[in-house]
Design a binder for this molecule. Structure first.
Ligand code: IPM
Ligand code: MN
Length: 354
């Protein structure tokens, strides 16, 4: 097998965490006698600096001709407090999601046993948590038109739009995943206020007749936000629109004890993208301190969701668990002063796999 992997390391800590995931993927290649072809491509602030475009056409071509995309992070502080910047790195991420048709962002959340004391939540609340958030990724207020400012600059507006087919395709995926898991689906919306949410509710309700074996619960997003930290064990699969999913998954990351641990898979029409949910963490860039596990676990998802090697995914996850159990961890999840660098953690996990 000769899989093609596009490598979009991006900004901030992106390159250093991606490097660790590549070590791990190469260890898997040797173990399984595979031969992957890696093609680096520009995205984010580095792409703006070099080409003026945060998601250049050349990068899109590489992604389209690959079997999977490994993505690091994008974002640069030089854009954050500069509201007049015409082009921003985040636009590259949104353009990539849209052009690759990545309508579903899968964010699995579970508590590592040996890290259970790292969470600010009480241990008995998070023991055994195993949930998956399916976040719609190419619609809603992130993309709706019109958006902008009135001429006098005193009014600003964004538009939240959803079409039935957009809800249907992610709704179907959510029922399918629930069916393979504990058969519980929570559909999160704000149907007491938003017209788009009422379309979501109606559509998901109709789909339910095709999946009668799945228990469906509708929840308002404010209530879901509260229940995620007061009773996370109750959730199996959560499906929700773009912005609610963005917010709820950052919130859910506190269950695991560190945002640096969470991987994600974005799937849809064209090539799937695998990326940690943390951002570019510019304060840590180049310091070899960032946690590489979110990216390494994203590579595990790549083997499962895109490369049809679920066993390799399990091996990576196991090696990550071992690294945590043995205390080979970065400072964000270390106890006291006993911590390792980004590259040491990557080396250890790659070696454990071999
Ligand atoms: C995420 C990020 C992005 C989002 C930003 C960087 C545009 O927060 O992937 O969750 O809001 O989708
Ligand atoms: Mn986010």
């Amino acid at each position: 097998m000769n899989n093609k992997i596009a490598v979009l390391a991006g900004d901030g800590i992106g390159p250093e965490v991606v490097e660790q995931a590549l070590k791990v993927m190469k260890a898997i290649e040797r173990k399984y006698d595979l031969n992957f072809e890696y093609t680096p491509a520009l995205v984010g602030a580095v792409a703006i600096d070099e080409t003026g475009n945060p998601y250049p056409d050349a990068t899109h071509e590489i992604c389209m001709h690959s079997d999977a995309v490994l993505f690091g992070a994008i974002g640069d502080p030089k854009y954050d407090n500069n509201p007049s910047a015409k082009v921003r790195p985040e636009q590259g991420l949104l353009a990539m999601r849209k052009k690759l048709g990545l309508y579903a962002n899968i964010r699995p959340i579970s508590a590592f046993k040996s890290l259970i004391n790292n969470s600010p939540l009480k241990t008995d609340l998070i023991e055994g948590v195993d949930l998956m958030v399916l976040r719609e990724l190419t619609g809603g207020i992130y993309f709706g038109e019109p958006r902008g400012r009135s001429e006098d600059g005193n009014t600003a507006f964004d538009t939240c739009t959803y079409q039935r087919y957009e809800v249907e395709r992610i709704g179907r995926l959510a029922f399918e995943y629930a069916r393979k898991r504990r058969k519980k689906l929570a559909a999160v919306d704000k149907a007491n206020i938003l017209a788009t949410s009422r379309l979501w509710r109606e559509t998901i309700q109709q789909l339910h007749s095709e999946y009668p074996d799945v228990e469906l619960e509708f929840m308002f997003v404010d209530n879901a936000a509260m229940q995620l930290v007061t009773w996370p064990q109750k959730f199996d699969v959560i499906v929700t629109e773009n912005m609610f999913g963005d917010i709820l998954t950052d919130e859910a990351s506190v269950i695991t004890g560190s945002l640096g641990l969470l991987p994600s898979a974005s799937v849809g029409i064209y090539t799937s993208v695998f990326e940690p949910i943390h951002g570019s963490y510019p304060q840590a860039a180049g310091r070899n301190i960032a946690n590489p596990l979110g990216t390494i676990l994203s590579a595990a998802l790549m083997f499962e969701y895109a490369l049809n090697l679920p066993h390799a995914g399990q091996i990576i996850r196991k090696a990550c668990e071992q690294s945590i159990e043995q205390g080979i961890v970065t400072t964000d999840i270390a106890v006291g002063e006993n911590f390792y660098s980004t590259s040491e953690v990557g080396d250890w996990i790659a070696k454990a796999i071999e």
